[in-house]
Design a protein around this ligand. Sequence first.
Ligand code: UDP
Ligand code: MG
Length: 343
Amino acid sequence: MSDRACPVLAVVVPCYNEEDVLPETIRRIRQQLDRLMQAKKIDENSFMLLVDDGSGDNTWPIIAAYHERDAAVRGIKLTRNVGHQHALLSGLMYAKQAADCVISIDADLQDDVEAFGEFIDRFQEGCDIVYGVRADRKEDTWFKKGTALAFYRLMRKMGTPVIYNHADYRLMSARALEQLASYRESNLFLRGLIPQLGLRSSVVYYHRYARFAGESKYPLRKMLSFAWNGITSLSVAPIRLVLSLGLALFGFSIAASAYALVSHGRGAAVPGWTSIMLTCSLLGGIQLISLGVVGEYVGKVYKETKRRPPYFIETTADEQTPRAAVRAYPALEDDRRSAELLQ
Ligand code: UDP
Ligand code: MG
């Protein structure tokens, strides 16, 4: 493998309850693959790999049905919902066995598939990683824009290199994937890990659209937890902050004690119940916060030492399609129709 001139490309798409958008996504990616194959930029064996991340809707039957018709549409189905990052990782690791390079893209068509060609150009020029970077964020709400900007700034301040305005739309060579495979962490934040591989990289700018159909699977709560995970799984800055805070407080308490001693010597000490109470509660609060932050890391160490496998593949639509899954598709449709009739 490792053919740079005409590589086998795999397009990996994590999908969680994406039945509304999936047929269109498959159509557009297929079109791009065809175009690149005709231009002899990618090998005829290039394919897309759709990862069903434990969806509760028709996502898997749709994937299996498309695979039945077209061998370039492949799929894997995870046994349960493991979240975007682990679903993506499972797809990358599965696809790397059969591809020279892999492009990862979301299922909702927010990222422009027209950029595939440029990704391949950069790969052919010798890059192992190509980051897709949004040229603008016109389609996002001001809230999403603001929170995203604050997140990138915070990450940079914390000393974690993340590419500005880059999500998980990127190309990685088989070599980059091989290196990524040696990371064994369960708190996965791919965007922060991949720059750490240290391989030759480049950037492609693209236009980011609104979601084609369906709803965002990243509500504010998930976004915050994603950001927090990004910071605590890659940076020790919060621990350093606690340490500096502790040192500053220590200095302050020495000055305060000196002052109290001098006051006492002068006989000017008043019954200082209020001040003692205030100091106690302030210190108590700070200690608790510090303990919380340290606890966060201890929790992560605990999880990492278990070395839990992050995902299991339940079944695949690769070469031999599980016929039962294909047959299940119309059956599911029937179920829905009968449910409607019963209402
Ligand atoms: N996704 C997934 N598992 C999840 C949540 C999301 O595989 O638990 C997929 C989803 O199908 C989509 C991608 O991750 O392809 C990004 O999700 P979404 O578009 O909802 O996020 P947003 O673009 O709003 O940040
Ligand atoms: Mg999206």
